[in-house]
Design a protein around this ligand. Structure first.
Ligand code: ATP
Length: 528
């Protein structure tokens, strides 16, 4: 008998342990999946979303909100279910013992539920405020750390630190407030003491009437008191779970945002492009200003392998135009074709993998130079990385770094010079071996020597590719096959440098103005 009791107790302890551990592991796995899905979802969301969202806020959601959900599901949801189950069983036993006393004991339960709901509602409001504030703090920190050079140059450290400290204090106050409400929630369980008093009052009467024995009453009251523990635990867990729900809502809000640009139904993988590009009556307005189109009924054609330069005043729509070619946005009107087929026919990945891009200030990731180059074509071999680096005039300076291709970049690659960063970016573009190349002012801000090295790399990169260059330097654009003068979202002039000069309009005027400034600058340099 004794052995049987010990055996049953041991078995129940082991099975409880296994069930808790396996449920916790299952919950952790699900949350880990949700985090990965959330990250992948964020990457797919449109630029319009990312330009509006604060990166600090997104980081808070993907890290601490997910952690909070994990903590609640693993540490509190399961015990909550166990407590609810225990309470239901206990109520059943109480009814079996004496239904009348059980009804009296349960009479206070609605009061307990109501006060619990009211307090959890308050916890929820404060927790929502606190999460928003913590997101704002993370956003301030991410923004200021990302622009630390500007912050220090403008001596904004004290002001930003004060702003941060203010939000930090508020967050602490809100945290204290939720703790206060949580403590209040635990106290709601004390309402159950009233149930004991009522049961005692009615029980004594029943004993006096001979309808129950003092022993029955004692057993019932003792049992009722043991029901306090799960009730108290339940109240405690509700506070945690409410905060977890707030975090879950923030995650669901993000997951519910649909990517604006996505594969159309029945989209196919793009075949290897020849590189003919055609914009036909394209109109586009950013979401922020739907009534003010950035591109207006814009049309032009580019032949495979042709090099075109987009020039014109700032804000004319040049960068917007190439964003549409990459399908970072879709036009509201008109069509964009590659080799005669609408871009929307193709799966996004297969379209973008055939377009290389070099921007004005290329961003490098905080990983090795090798990986930074290989990001241009995932799965690239070391030999391909080296080949691309050689084409980009980057191999020699990379080999001179302490750890060569394995040298780790600092965040955004700021430890390299501007020209070196551009050459790594060109290598990243080159490794893609894409038939279409976009260059967005890739040599701006470089000194003459770096510019020369970058230009050499660029001409190797763009050889035989359809190339679109955005530039304000008409000295560079004059060697291009075609020049598009873009102003106020329209192509006002199109042709070779000679043709546009002959027309003697916008482009010619801009070219003459630039030439005059160049002459003035060079004579100033000579005088100095
Ligand atoms: P620059 O030569 O200075 O680079 P650009 O010709 O490339 O200028 P775009 O950057 O395409 O011009 O901008 C065209 C217009 O669209 C500008 O008025 C700009 O303010 C607006 N714009 C650009 N990006 C956005 C955005 N993400 N949301 C809202 N408006 C935008």
């Amino acid at each position: 008998m004794t052995f049987s009791i010990i055996g049953v107790a041991a078995l129940s302890a082991v099975s409880a342990y296994i069930s808790i551990v396996s449920l916790s592991i299952a919950a952790s796995r699900i949350i880990t999946e949700i985090r990965s899905e959330l990250y992948a979802h964020l990457q797919r969301l449109s630029l319009a979303f990312h330009y509006q969202a604060k990166s600090g806020d997104l980081l808070t959601r993907i890290t601490s909100d997910i952690d909070r959900i994990r903590d609640v599901t693993v540490n509190h949801a399961l015990p909550l279910m166990i407590n609810v189950f225990t309470l239901v069983c206990m109520v059943g036993v109480m009814f079996w013992m004496d239904w009348e006393l059980a009804v009296i004991a349960l009479a206070v339960f609605p009061v307990f539920l109501l006060s619990t709901l009211k307090i959890t509602q308050r916890i929820r409001q404060v927790a929502q405020r606190q999460r928003r504030r913590e997101s704002a703090m993370a956003a301030t920190a991410a923004e200021s750390m990302g622009a630390i050079k500007v912050v220090q140059a403008l001596s904004l450290e004290t002001m930003l630190a004060q702003l941060f400290a203010h939000d930090n204090r508020k967050s602490l106050e809100e945290c204290a407030r939720t703790q206060q409400f949580s403590a209040g929630l635990k106290r709601t369980a004390e309402i159950m003491a009233i149930a004991t008093a009522l049961v005692l009052w009615r029980g004594i009467y029943l004993v006096q009437q001979g309808a129950a024995t003092p022993g029955d009453l004692l057993v019932f009251i003792t049992y009722l008191k043991t029901a306090f523990k799960p009730t108290r635990e339940l109240a405690k867990q509700m506070a945690k779970i409410t905060r977890g729900i707030v975090s879950a809502e923030r995650i669901i809000d993000l997951l519910n945002i649909a990517p604006e640009v996505q594969d159309a139904k029945g989209a196919i993988a793009a075949p290897p492009f020849q590189g003919a590009i055609s914009f036909r009556n394209v109109s586009f307005a950013y979401q922020a200003e739907p009534a003010k189109p950035t591109l207006k009924d814009l049309s032009f054609e580019v032949q495979p392998g042709e090099h075109i330069a987009l020039v014109g005043p700032s804000g004319g729509g040049k960068s917007t135009l190439v964003s549409l070619l990459l399908r970072l946005y879709d036009p509201q009107l008109g069509r964009i074709l590659i080799d005669g087929q609408d871009l929307r026919r193709y799966q996004l990945d297969s379209l973008r993998s055939q377009i290389s891009i070099v921007l004005q200030d290329s961003i490098l990731f905080g990983t090795s130079i090798r990986d930074n180059i290989a990001y241009g074509a995932l799965g690239a071999t070391d030999a391909e990385v080296r080949q691309a680096a050689k084409l980009a005039n980057a191999h020699d300076f990379i080999m001179a770094l302490p750890e060569g291709y394995s040298t780790l970049m600092s965040e955004r690659g700021v430890t390299l010079s501007g020209g070196q960063r551009q050459r790594v970016a060109i290598a990243r573009a080159a490794i893609r071996k894409a038939p279409i190349v976009i260059l967005d002012e890739p040599t701006v801000g470089l000194d003459n020597k770096s510019e020369q090295a970058v230009n050499e790399a660029l001409s190797r990169l763009t050889q035989d590719c359809t190339t679109i260059l955005i530039t304000h330097d008409l000295g560079v654009s004059q060697n291009y096959d075609q020049i598009l003068y873009i102003e106020s979202g329209q192509v006002l002039e199109q042709g070779t440098h000679a043709e546009l000069m002959q027309q003697g309009q916008h482009y010619a005027a801009l070219y003459q103005l630039q030439s005059a400034i160049d002459v003035k600058n060079s004579s100033h340099e000579v005088t100095l």
